[in-house]
Unconditional design. Sequence first.
Length: 333
Amino acid sequence: MEFGGPDLPPRRLRNLLQEQVDTSPPGSRIDWATYYFRDRELAHALMRASDRGVRVNLVLEPDPRRVGANDTVISLLSNHGLKGGFHLYRPRPDDKGHLHAKIYAFSSPNVAWIGSFNPSGDEPEDEDVIAEIGDQDRGHNLLVGIRNARLTKALRRHVSLLGGSGRMPLRLRPGFNRVSWSSGTRLYFYPRILPDLVERSVQRMKSGDRLRGAISHLKTGELTRQLEGAAGRGVTVELLVHDTMRRVPDEVVEQLEAAGANIIRVRHPDDLPMHAKFLLIESSRNRVAWVGSYNFNKKSRKHNAEVLLRTNDLAAFESLEQRFAAISSMARF
């Protein structure tokens, strides 16, 4: 588990990715899918890897919320081609969603990173872009390192699916509904036929249970209703949410606080984003962590391509628990 944040060195997560790109040997492979990609230095590192014989497969969202944000890197990678490994995400028009998953998989050594971090910074920086999307090289983010061979294979396979095409809507395709699991950890891909995975988990919580979460996006919807119900029946609900009204409206905060939830907007004097996305669910019988790219809103639940991990690994839970406490301590300035 690796974190980024204002208490940690800037660009820590992107430097981790670049180090692995730079040390990937000829004959190995790199499989990436991401939403924002503005980091030209990192794009050049992928091109150098391809030139020295690394098989690079990259799928990128062409139309993120900030119009044109990825255009420079798209131009660089399109001109190079990555030996046929560069793809723009092109779902069917009626799929409506975006590629919001963040998958950074390497074969040597075998590891796949998933989570909330986009390589969305650049040097020199465009301050207008950062003002809109947030400085993810300095804000709160995380990447979970997965080293289990079954799970890394599933993530590489999914990158290939994201770069392909087909006649069937994504949520109906077997690859998007497949659950990959090993040693108490499960990977889920979106869009999918049954999307309410986290919501059902919250629905089963009982009085005396505890839920903590760092949530960058939260809108009125099924999870909000389940959180409200859980707090009302005696579950301890503690949430750290993004500072902006666009990502987490006041009415959602007020609704949950009225039910008994404790919600803190994470603020920073430099407007650094709270972009982490995880939930910790704790009962007398077990502790479960949910973490990934998944935003708790309608777009992620119904339309976007996302990756979500569920694990009862104690070390992962405790690492996220410690990070929750650290973000809480920095929440107000």
